[in-house]
Design a protein around this ligand. Structure first.
Ligand code: ADP
Length: 453
């Protein structure tokens, strides 16, 4: 079932329910008010009758006096203590016969439903005690057809039923119109989504500036999602073209050396060994590069970090020890206090430090200094080398993927141009920063900032 039809049916059902409840309340209030008014009038008449008749009056006089108070379709009678009718006047005998007389010592009023020749009728009977010397000696009983109530009840019932039907129809028509207004932006969105699905091209929903409601928010969120998808698609395409471009050179080298070996065979063992050596080193390069591709993909996606409390001094000491035993280089760690605790993903932070130290080792020959400093708003790590440095106009590019300052020089050092991009992504995941300060021929200082968690 369409959502518009659903909204329409639900609102109509609800409005009809409300109308029925309100109409029932109106109907019963009308009945009560009408009966109360009738009762009041009858009691007033009874008071006047009691004042009019005297104890010593003959039956004929009493009947005469009572007759004056008869209304259309009523009876007035006096009941003795044995509930026998001692006097009665009526202009509707059939009605008077239907209701038995009743002696009562206290005032009462009662509604009866009786069947007369013309159909069912509501009769209101009021009974007033007649006292003499402080004793109830008889009861005055007045019974009257509630003509107004019967007439009014039928008319009101028809009006209320008509109103309910009319209300339901208006609600059905109005609901259809309202639902279509509410659903229109959603329909736009569905159309756009279908177009995207069919064409494979991201599109945006046209947004009405007014009103600023949830549906507009939904459209804005949808467009934002599309923007993000576009950026990611662009990034992905850029990455694929960069990566295939980077892989092309070593693969071409491997292929040409393999061709050479196939053509010439291994007649000259020394030349053949050289060729195998080149193939091996290029294959190793491809292997390292693919590992870096995975790292980059991993840090670019917004994977949750496995954050915990880490002693930075201990972690740095461990890395320094590892790199020293591999490269036999002088790495000096500087810090003022111990421990320096940071909240971070240990493996990823270690990866950043190794990237920086690896670069410092590759692009310098002298001592490398590592400074750990605790600041008010976070922790700073600086890796300083005294190597070849980075030319001023290239500094801003070193964090870009596959960017290498001097490609020829990097071939010797085995660089891929991905290390600093990975480091930057990891620092971004930690809401941190990475900065570079370098003077060509003097050295480079890389600075990491980890904010307090
Ligand atoms: P690579 O794998 O090539 O080192 P990086 O992204 O780590 O890739 O670095 C990008 C480029 O920045 C490097 O190719 C290098 O030219 C330059 N670079 C990075 N660190 C240093 C450094 N400590 N000294 C001199 N140049 C550096």
């Amino acid at each position: 079932m369409k959502i518009t039809t659903k909204i329409n049916l639900i609102t109509t059902a609800w409005i009809t329910c409300v109308l029925v409840i309100v109409n029932i309340a109106v109907f019963y209030s009308f009945m009560n008010v009408t009966v109360n008014v009738e009762e009041k009038i009858m009691l007033q008449n009874a008071g006047e009758i009691l004042e009019d008749i005297n104890h010593g009056d003959s039956d004929a006089v009493i009947n005469d006096k009572l007759s004056k108070y008869l209304t259309n379709g009523s009876f007035i009678r006096i009941i003795d203590p044995q509930s026998n009718i001692s006097n009665q006047v009526t202009n509707n005998k059939q009605l008077a016969n239907k209701i038995k007389g009743k002696f009562t010592a206290s005032k009462e009023s009662k509604r009866y439903l009786v069947t007369l020749a013309q159909g069912e009728e509501q009769i209101l009977v009021v009974r007033i005690p007649i006292e003499s010397n402080g004793k109830v000696i008889e009861t005055l009983e007045i019974g009257e057809r509630l003509v107004g109530l019967e007439l009014g009840k039928d008319v009101l019932l028809s009006i209320l039923v008509l109103c309910t039907i009319f209300g339901a129809i208006i609600s059905l028509l109005g609901g259809k119109w309202l639902a279509s207004i509410i659903i229109r932006p959603v329909s736009h969105m569905i159309n756009t989504m279908e177009e995207i699905e069919q064409s494979g091209i991201t599109k945006r929903v046209v947004i009405d500036q007014q009103p600023k409601d949830e549906l507009q928010k939904m459209a804005v969120t949808f467009n934002r999602m599309m923007d993000r998808l576009d950026i990611n698609l662009e990034k992905q395409q850029q990455f694929i073209s960069d990566a295939s471009h980077e892989l092309k050179t070593p693969i071409t080298v491997i292929k040409s050396y393999a061709d050479f070996l196939r053509r010439r065979g291994i007649q000259n063992k020394e030349v053949a060994l050289d060729a195998v050596e080149v193939i091996h080193s290029e294959a190793t390069r491809i292997q390292q590069m693919t590992e870096k591709f995975l790292d980059l993909a991993n840090t670019e996606s917004e994977n949750a970090l496995d954050k915990k409390s880490i002693d930075l001094v201990l972690l740095s000491e461990e890395i320094v020890k590892q790199l020293h035993s591999t490269y036999k280089r002088n790495l000096v760690l500087h810090y003022e206090e111990k421990p320096i605790t940071v909240i971070a993903d240990e493996l990823k932070l270690k990866q950043v430090l190794i990237i920086l130290l690896d670069n410092a080792i590759k692009y310098s020959t002298d001592q490398i200094d590592i400074y750990l400093e605790k600041k008010e708003n976070g922790t700073v790590i600086r890796v300083k080398d005294h190597g070849i440095g980075i030319p001023m106009d290239e500094i801003n590019n070193v964090f870009e993927r596959f960017y290498r300052v001097d490609k020829a020089r990097n071939r010797e050092t085995g660089g891929t141009g991905l290390g600093l991009s990975i480091a930057k992504n990891i620092m971004k995941q930690h809401n941190g920063e990475i900065k570079v300060d370098s003077v060509e021929g003097v050295g480079t200082e890389m600075e990491l900032f980890l904010p307090k968690d």
